[in-house]
Design a protein around this ligand. Structure first.
Ligand code: ES4
Ligand code: ZN
Length: 325
């Protein structure tokens, strides 16, 4: 199909991607064997049956359990390389990649093991595909605030290897306001700021992410549509939303892709980007997300606008952005 090729060829950046969410079930089983980690699912068929989710939490339960198979720097390198191979095939030229060190550290893996592996993967993938990438450390919002502060103590030694800090995991009941001080400290360390908000949580959480965390991008932002004033603010301040259609569908944020507010956001002038979130869990990488929007009536012009926004909304240098556009 000519259109698939046109979508694929649009230079794009991926701005909302959890590296642990690229752990395919095959790789999870292989790493479990390699590392002597016992999982409750003995074979691929049984594991595959676990991928039907009712909401964000039911996904997170599987996602955090499978993260336990990631033990060595080589594991993290292999995970990154597999992702970059797939991303490059979808026309991704730059990726800003989330990871959840608090969970790995709770599993007894050091921050250095995680980061050394991911960075080696970025280096090899960069040489292989000409793709650039950077890391965004995520705060797991349903873990104690103390654990986020302890992470920052570790991060302080490696800020040069990070572009930013984000906020992810179970949203409802964990408002951004809990992390005002954590993010203020991260900003003083020189990190750029993004935050998941308005995925399952209310529009108010998007406002808090902007006002209290000083978020420069909002991850998801589906529920911002409920607050007209907030939408106007996103437009005026040109705050990109990193939207993930297949994720929202699979986690029942919406019943149908047509119920996503993307059309209304584009018409209002919001900066919208298209991303894959946790592609190994949600049935598609970034190209599939673009394709799914095309299939329900978004035009090539709409999608080219999103692709362009992903580059200008990235934290890549001006020079790199110009080279990508
Ligand atoms: C996530 Cl889809 C989603 N939402 C919030 N936190 C996450 N961590 C990984 N995937
Ligand atoms: Zn996400």
């Amino acid at each position: 199909k000519a259109t698939v090729e046109m979508l694929r060829r649009m230079p794009k950046a991926e701005l909302h991607l959890h590296i642990e969410g690229t752990l395919e079930p095959e790789l999870a089983l292989r790493l479990a064997r390699r590392n002597g980690v016992t999982l409750p699912w003995k074979d691929l068929g049984t594991l595959r049956q676990q991928y039907e989710f009712s909401n964000l939490q039911s996904f997170l339960d599987l996602y955090y359990q499978l993260m336990g198979v990631l033990r060595t720097a080589d594991d993290f390198r292999d995970l990154m390389l597999d992702y970059l191979d797939r991303a490059a095939a979808d026309g991704v030229r730059h990726a800003e990649i989330f990871f959840d060190p608090q969970v790995h550290m709770a599993n007894g893996i050091s921050l250095d093991t995680v980061m050394d592996g991911l960075i080696e993967g970025l280096r090899i993938g960069g040489e292989r595909h000409g793709i650039t990438g950077s890391l965004i450390v995520c705060i797991v919002r349903d873990m104690p605030v103390d654990s986020a502060e302890a992470l920052l103590d570790r991060i302080a030694l490696r800020v040069g290897d990070l572009v930013g800090i984000g906020l992810d995991s179970a949203e409802v009941g964990y408002p951004p306001s809990l992390f005002t001080k954590v993010f203020a400290r991260a900003r003083r360390m020189g990190l750029r700021v993004v935050a998941h908000a308005g995925e399952e949580g209310p529009a108010d959480y998007v406002g808090e992410a902007l006002d209290l965390l000083r978020a420069e991008r909002i991850d998801h932002g589906c529920r911002a549509i409920d607050d007209e004033t907030l939408v106007g603010r996103l437009v005026k301040a040109r705050v990109p939303l990193t939207m993930c259609p297949l994720s929202n569908l699979r986690l029942n944020v919406v019943d149908d892709l047509r119920d996503l507010p993307i059309r209304r956001y584009l018409d209002a002038g919001v900066v919208v980007t298209v991303n894959s979130d946790d592609p190994a869990y949600f049935g598609g990488y970034i190209g599939d997300n673009y394709q799914a929007l095309y299939d329900i009536g978004y035009t090539l012009e709409d999608l080219a606008r999103c692709a362009r926004a992903s580059i200008t909304g990235s934290f890549a240098s001006e020079t790199r952005q110009r080279a990508l556009l």
